[in-house]
Design a protein around this ligand. Structure first.
Ligand code: CP
Length: 331
């Protein structure tokens, strides 16, 4: 008689002989296509077992060091760690020693001294996760750094796109909104080409960094009506007032008139096109309220997938760290 295997054993079997190619997740540039294949295959399993508590990360410690506000990212990393039986500790911006004059590095080294396994960091400064990864033994996960990247968001978005479209090969993904101030856009611009997708950018000239066309493979449009034709995904990027976006456009209302996604505009995309937004959503500024519950709006699916993606990332990174501790010593 065939022996019954547990769900944990089944998940372990899926990853047998496969591992990530990186120790810290600071940027999508750290990833190879094979990493995404591994992450996606495990995520599908974690997603099927959304109510299950696993023991994969028992006796492991995760710090969420969020020096900027977050709802989705922080709660999903916390929940993901808890669902894998890790001890999860949140260091919120308001209680941070940084406010008392401690450097970010001293704070990170303090968390590292507890022999923590992962430090998930969100910061207003681009490059901080990369800098910290060179100084602490814990794995660093970038949960958003300044105007640079938000890689776990990019991964969950790419996963969500492939769930619907199966493959992104030759699919057209339109990213519309405040590209200049968006770290989500930074990760999407890197991950979509890795999966064979084509990128269109639509925004006002002032919201598109000058280097974009040279650095990334993308087509730039200043007219949303033209950009939206025949696209397979519309990804809205909100105007980021907290980063000073107001200084780049006449008014939010004015920008919204030209670049918000209305039902009429959505109808110009392909029949099977997805509507996406990392959130927080700005109803009727970025996406019209009537479209939020649309059957092809994937906003809450992104949130749901974010949990399973982060379960996968935490497990894989901690396991890889256990096997291959960073080679430097903290002085
Ligand atoms: N998508 C995202 O980063 O949302 P939060 O700011 O709520 O984490």
């Amino acid at each position: 008689m065939k022996e019954k295997i547990t769900i944990e054993e089944k998940i372990k079997k899926i990853r047998q002989g496969r591992d990530l190619s990186f120790l810290d997740l600071c940027s999508i540039d750290d990833l190879q296509k094979s990493d995404l294949e591994l992450i996606f295959s495990l995520t599908r399993e974690f997603k099927k077992q959304a109510k299950t508590k696993f023991s994969f990360l028992k006796n492991h410690t995760i710090f969420n060091a969020f020096f900027e506000n977050s709802t989705r990212t922080r709660s999903s990393f916390e929940l993901a760690g808890k669902k894998l039986s890790a001890d999860v500790i949140n260091i919120a911006g308001s209680s941070a020693s940084i406010k008392k004059g401690e450097t970010l590095l001293d704070t990170a080294e303090t968390l590292d001294a507890y022999q923590s396994d992962v430090i998930v960091v969100r910061t207003a400064y681009s490059g901080v996760p990369y800098f910290l990864s060179k100084h602490v033994k814990a794995a660093i996960i970038n949960a958003g750094d300044g105007l640079h990247e938000h890689p776990s968001q990019g991964i969950l978005d790419a996963f969500t796109m492939t769930e619907h479209h199966k493959s992104l090969k030759n699919k057209i993904i339109l990213i519309v909104g405040d590209i200049l101030h968006s770290r989500v856009a930074g990760s999407l611009l890197r991950i979509i080409p890795l999966l064979g997708g084509k990128i269109r950018i639509a925004s006002s000239e002032t919201f598109i960094p000058r280097h974009l066309k040279k650095t990334f493979k993308c087509d730039i449009f200043y007219d949303l009506e033209k950009a939206i034709e025949n696209v397979d995904v519309i990804y809205n990027i909100r105007v980021q007032r907290e980063r000073g976006s107001n200084g780049f456009i006449p008014t939010i209302r004015e920008f919204s008139k030209s670049f918000s996604i209305s039902p009429a505009r959505f109808a110009k995309a392909n029949k099977n096109a997805m509507l996406m937004d990392a959130g927080p959503i700005m109803r009727d500024v970025g996406i019209h309220s009537a479209l939020v519950p649309h059957q092809r709006s994937f906003i809450l699916r992104q949130v749901q997938n974010g949990l399973a993606i982060r379960q996968t990332l935490l497990w894989l990174l901690i396991d890889r760290h256990d096997k291959r501790k960073k080679s430097f010593e903290i002085i």
